[in-house]
Design a protein around this ligand. Sequence first.
Ligand code: GLU
Length: 377
Amino acid sequence: MIRTRFAPSPTGFLHVGGIRTALFAFLVARQAEGKFILRFEDTDKKREVAGSAEHLISSLKAIGIEYDEGPDIGGPYAPYIQSQRLDHYKQWAQKLIDAGRAYADPYTPEQVQQFREQSQAAKKAFLYRDYRPASPPKWDGTQPLRFKSEPKSYTYHDEVMGDFTTSPEVLDDIILIKSDGYPTYNFAHIIDDAEMQITHVIRGQEFISSMPNYLALYEALGLERPIFAHMPHIMNEQGNKKLGKRDGAKDVLDYIRGGYLPETMLSFIATMGWNDGTEQEVFTKDELIQKFSLAKVQRSGARFDEKRLLWMNGHFIRELSLDELADRAEYFWPEIAKKHPESYKKHVLALAQDRLKTLSDLPALTSYFFEEPAQNW
Ligand code: GLU
């Protein structure tokens, strides 16, 4: 049984990069008739943004990425919110302590900062383990709990990025549980993925550099590794830097409110860095479920092309039946159209359908059908 998950932190809105990760995980689960899980990773309380959890849920719903288990609907591995699973992390942490693979960090943040500066002065990469205390105190839950790493090389396969061999030098004594009692992402996601029986970890490429530490943790915890797939960054239109807010990394709900169809968003987002090996450019959701494969996700070069998005939206608008278009247009009519009968508005829509690029073009393209003729005395 294939089980994938999308595990956002409630720290803001969902932009196209985040949605793409969610969509790919969703497609992998759906095509195998598996399960797709939503989990909130809210263990960094300082970064949390009020309302963001609800916003993430509305965004997924608005574009039709349905999850089978999640914070608001429950499921066999509930709760799906990390801050409600603290006892799980404590239990696994205790196993590591008992096995001699985790210890209390006795230093203050200022002391750790001094170690960092010492390393910098010596022109060495900072590794906490170079300063590991010889006899750490017993962990009482108020100090950070650290992993006791052992230098070792690992190999792994990534479904998108290929084969890796990691170097032993990069392993470090990473923090598992912080002094505030919350686990780090590094520790919590491994526990949750294992307990929730996740088979494929699909996430952004920014986590690749931490893979050596994760592999060491799977090993020390005696957990089977899931399948890994790291998604390349989406680049701006010119392809010379990571997509930023100004070039379209905006809230996916803004696109929906701006008159883009959910169908467009799914097809557009899926085809940024993926195609099925044919010339096909536009895919319905069912086609995506059938045809998607991680093996065909490109390792780099996915670009956000706003003109292509607009073109694709025009395509999906033309594909709608008139009744369907009338339903979708509801919210976008100019004020003046509201006084006119549905049948007249449908006529107008039939005339405008081919020229609509977004539903929000509706007022500009149709208002002259509704204006009162000028009075000529
Ligand atoms: N909470 C992580 C993030 O928002 C998720 C990474 C993952 O999918 O494991 O970046």
